[in-house]
Write a protein that binds this ligand. Structure first.
Ligand code: TRP
Length: 357
């Protein structure tokens, strides 16, 4: 992902405002600026000609990919989801105390299952509970909205199907708001992109608004590598699904049997690198734009990175982007952290040396 400086989208804003006024659970979509197939094809060509070869991870989440990701979160090796859910369960009421009755907007909401803890805490304190799940996958979003509707009929909800950056122009009109970004999805950005993302988010929020951020912490290699190489092979299917999608949508004709999943921890950069490896040479063409791509035996295509964080480093970084850390919640093993950040008032001097833990 490159620029996060989205121009306001009048179409999306209007739809969202209308949906909020009607108070009917609705899904709004961003205005289709670019044909989704052309967008996918262009991105694949750009990525497969790049060095190193990469594919944009937002394309992992089609209907099948989103379902596979849900299955990943249930694997015994994938500790992230259940650890974060336990932290949320333990502290949701306290978070609600600290934020007051804000709206909740969740970026990359997926199944929205962990959000139950927040919604429960909001509902318990009374008053309207307004929830805006945002996801690129319309299938995941519809399923999540249907689930929330049946579990929490009192929640007023508008699902927004778009990329993260497209929703930034809406945030000011949702204030007071808590933006939740869970699952350590922030670790899927490279460092400069992460900073651009956090700065843009800070600029889009009103001072006093909240940012609830889940981050996975640095830990032993074996635990990290197991989480991205589950025994049941679900993560491998998730990686391969990107090529299944290329075959289906771009008529690529890739031999899927010649693709294997590879994920390892790079200690020097403190990140897990997730790739597809071609086990045989093969050429294929993507339509449109119809260019031939040749992959050699052993060639890797990186599909994702997942950075692991150190609290003492990430908190000052986030504070440098316009937020103050209000509270840090973690589990007893310190495997995962949930940070409650608050948009600092504009132009106020940075509070130095004060790190609530
Ligand atoms: N946000 C998740 C993470 O970094 C995404 C993820 C989990 C993922 N497993 C994956 C992405 C496997 C690609 C491949 O943990």
């Amino acid at each position: 992902m490159d620029a996060f400086f989205a121009s306001p989208e009048p179409h999306l804003c209007r739809n969202l405002r209308d949906a909020c006024l009607r108070r009917t659970p609705t899904i709004v979509q961003s205005s289709p600026g670019l044909d989704p197939i052309v967008d996918f094809a262009r991105s694949c060509v750009r990525g497969l000609y790049a060095d190193p070869r990469t594919l944009e991870s937002r394309f992992l989440y089609d209907a099948q990919g989103s379902a596979l990701f849900e299955e990943i979160t249930r694997q015994p090796e994938y500790y992230l989801t259940r650890t974060e859910a336990a932290i949320l369960a333990a502290h949701a009421a306290e978070i609600r105390e600290l934020t007051g009755p804000t709206r909740i907007l969740e970026l990359g909401s997926g199944s929205s299952l962990k959000t139950d803890h927040l919604l429960k805490a909001w509902l318990e304190r009374g008053g309207p509970t307004r929830y805006y799940p945002v996801d690129v996958s319309s299938a995941a979003l519809s399923a999540a909205c249907a689930g929330i509707r049946s579990r929490f009929p009192a929640v007023e909800m508008v699902g927004i199907q778009c990329q993260y950056r497209e929703v930034f122009p809406l945030l000011a009109q949702l204030s007071p708001v808590l933006v939740a970004f869970l699952g350590s999805s922030i670790g899927n950005f490279a460092p400069p992109e992460m900073l651009a993302f956090v700065r843009t988010l800070a600029a889009a929020l009103r001072p006093g608004d909240f940012f609830l951020l889940g981050v996975d912490l640095v830990k032993e290699r074996s635990i990290l590598e197991a989480a991205y190489n589950d025994q049941a092979g679900v993560t491998a299917r998730f990686t391969r699904n990107l090529f299944v999608r290329m075959n289906r949508e771009l008529d690529a004709g890739i031999d899927l049997d010649a693709i294997e999943h590879a994920a390892w921890y790079r200690q020097d950069q403190e990140l897990v690198e997730i790739s597809a490896r071609f086990t045989r040479e093969q050429s294929f063409r993507l339509t449109p734009p119809g260019r031939v791509i040749t992959m050699g035996q052993g060639d890797l295509v990186r599909t994702e990175i997942s950075r692991k964080f150190r609290m003492e480093r990430v908190i000052p970084e986030l504070e440098g982007c316009g937020f103050a850390a209000e509270r840090v919640f973690t589990d007893s093993q310190r495997w995962f952290a949930l940070l409650l950040l608050r948009r600092r008032p504009l132009y106020s001097p940075r509070r130095a040396g004060k790190r609530p833990l």
